[in-house]
Design a protein around this ligand. Structure first.
Ligand SMILES: [Zn+2]
Ligand SMILES: [Zn+2]
Length: 282
């Protein structure tokens, strides 16, 4: 059995957490034998990759779930890293249609030039299948203010990992994520504080109850969630579902093989202050 490592370079989401960097918005890195993928590289993705000791030039995939800045701002920089400074056509850029083509209200958020650099650029919708290295990845449906938004289901040889991206709750929201081993949920808001297009802890309870993963990870915390306390909200989901649930923290690492191991960074500095955490290998 192989091993997959997941590094939560950021655990913040939404505009207020992003602008203040109360939690980082650097996305999530997935590493295995044949793949090294950066998902949703928001502001800080490049800097915090280096901060975590993860060379961005080694990635062979960039995934972008939708065209909101907390998910895409560093995508072009990572494409340049992945393609050896635009000198080699390599890697896969897979992104929601709104990201690559724009939508009614926005232009494409990754330039046509950068879209032409990888070996393969994929328009992702719910159900779209593509491969990075030896693994298959599927687009998952979502409902969010950017109507192009997709989640992802990453199928590795140690089991599947689901990522909901920003979505509001709807019947069958976890259709693509049933029987995943690890389900990563973007839970912007705490219990009792709904916000259009996003999930609360109450929604997370419904979804986790339906999907029944081995482990659920809550992440993408907005300001209200951060103030309420994501760890307490994770405990609430665990109590209501019986499923193991943890709240992501900036720099948290997860190792999947026949078990799931979690390690938290030694220095929990979640505020901007690069001098204090650059070089911290977490
Ligand atoms: Zn978001
Ligand atoms: Zn969004």
């Amino acid at each position: 059995m192989g091993q997959v490592k997941v590094v939560f370079l950021g655990s913040g989401g939404g505009r207020f957490a992003m602008v203040t960097q109360k939690r980082r918005t650097a996305g999530i890195r997935f590493l295995g034998d044949s793949f090294d993928v950066h998902l949703d590289p928001g502001p800080g993705a490049l800097v915090h990759s280096w901060g975590a000791g993860l060379d961005p030039r080694k990635i062979n995939g960039v995934l972008v779930s939708h065209a909101h800045p907390d998910h895409y701002t560093d995508a072009e920089v990572l494409v340049e890293a992945m393609t050896a400074g635009a000198t080699r056509r390599r890697g896969v850029l897979a992104a929601a249609k709104s990201v690559l083509k724009g939508s009614e209200s926005i232009d494409p958020v990754i330039s046509r030039y950068h879209q032409s650099l990888p070996r393969l650029t994929v328009d992702v919708e719910g159900g779209t299948k593509f491969e990075i290295g030896k693994i298959a990845i599927f687009g998952a449906e979502a409902r969010h203010s950017d109507v192009g938004t997709v989640g992802f289901r990453i199928e590795t040889d140690v089991g599947s990992i689901g990522y909901t991206s920003d979505s509001e709750f709807y019947e069958d929201v976890c259709r693509s994520h049933r029987d995943v081993r690890v389900l990563i949920l973007c839970v912007l808001r705490p219990s009792g504080e709904p916000w259009r297009g996003h999930m609360t802890t109450d929604d997370a309870i419904e979804i986790v109850n339906d999907a029944k993963p081995e482990l659920a990870v809550l992440t993408h915390f907005g300001m209200k969630m951060i103030l309420r306390g994501p760890d307490d909200e994770a405990r609430r989901v665990n109590k209501e579902t019986g499923v193991d649930v943890i709240a992501a923290s900036d720099g948290m690492r997860m190792i999947l093989d026949d078990t799931i191991g979690i390690s938290q960074p030694k220095i929990q500095n979640r505020r901007l202050g690069l001098d204090r955490y650059l070089g911290n290998d977490g």
